[in-house]
Design a protein around this ligand. Structure first.
Ligand SMILES: Cc1cc2nc3c(=O)[nH]c(=O)nc-3n(C[C@H](O)[C@H](O)[C@H](O)COP(=O)(O)O)c2cc1C
Length: 175
């Protein structure tokens, strides 16, 4: 699969079949995703690869407040992505707040993770509906990290949906 095919066929999966991807495969994906770019190469992130079945269920539960994201219980694993404090190079550090680019950096990482999963035959759903307290209990991430999203990962054979997007003409301005 090339990048264009991965972009065209990645879709949020809400019908995982419960099958667990091999840990080695998830680890390989996480390592490749770490090749993504970040401001000043600051790499202000950590990936918690949640694989243990009890922990997987705990993370799923942390996304299910108010009856949301029930399908997350059928994911095989989660990538929990943590933002860390960035340390920019001196010039950039003078101009910008140290954490000015962190959300962009972590967004890059998430995009890499989801597209790599697609390339490797796995489906994903990015979940932002997260209860911080439950997620921290499950993952025990450090106090100076922030986890705003988790990525559910697993298998599914749901057919490709039509992409619903605003017209490119509204979103691309050629000057
Ligand atoms: C930051 C972020 C948070 C999201 N949170 C959720 C979520 O909690 N539950 C869910 O079902 N989908 C969630 N999504 C998936 C979006 O709804 C989905 O990406 C969007 O509707 C486009 O559909 P597609 O991913 O199938 O192309 C989230 C996506 C992003 C990028």
């Amino acid at each position: 699969m090339n990048v264009i095919d991965a972009i065209k066929t990645r879709q949020s999966c809400r019908n995982f079949n419960g099958e667990k991807p091999p840990l080695e495969l998830l680890n390989e994906i996480a390592e490749l995703a770490l090749l993504c770019p970040s401001a000043c190469n600051s790499q202000p992130w950590k990936i918690y690869l949640v694989y243990d079945n009890e922990k997987v269920e705990e993370v799923a539960k942390s996304t299910q407040d108010l009856g949301m994201n029930k399908f997350a219980s059928n994911a095989g694993a989660f990538f929990v992505v943590a933002d860390q404090n960035a340390k920019l190079m001196i010039g950039a550090g003078l101009k910008f707040d140290q954490n000015h680019f962190v959300k962009y950096d972590v967004g890059e990482l998430i995009a890499y993770l989801t597209l790599l999963c697609k390339e490797k035959g796995l489906e994903t759903c990015i979940l932002g509906w997260v209860n911080d307290k439950k997620l921290k209990n499950a993952v025990n991430y450090s106090d100076n990290e922030v986890c705003n999203v988790v990525i559910a990962v697993g298998y599914s054979d749901i057919p490709l949906r039509k992409k619903v997007r605003k017209p490119a003409s509204e979103k691309i301005v050629v000057i």
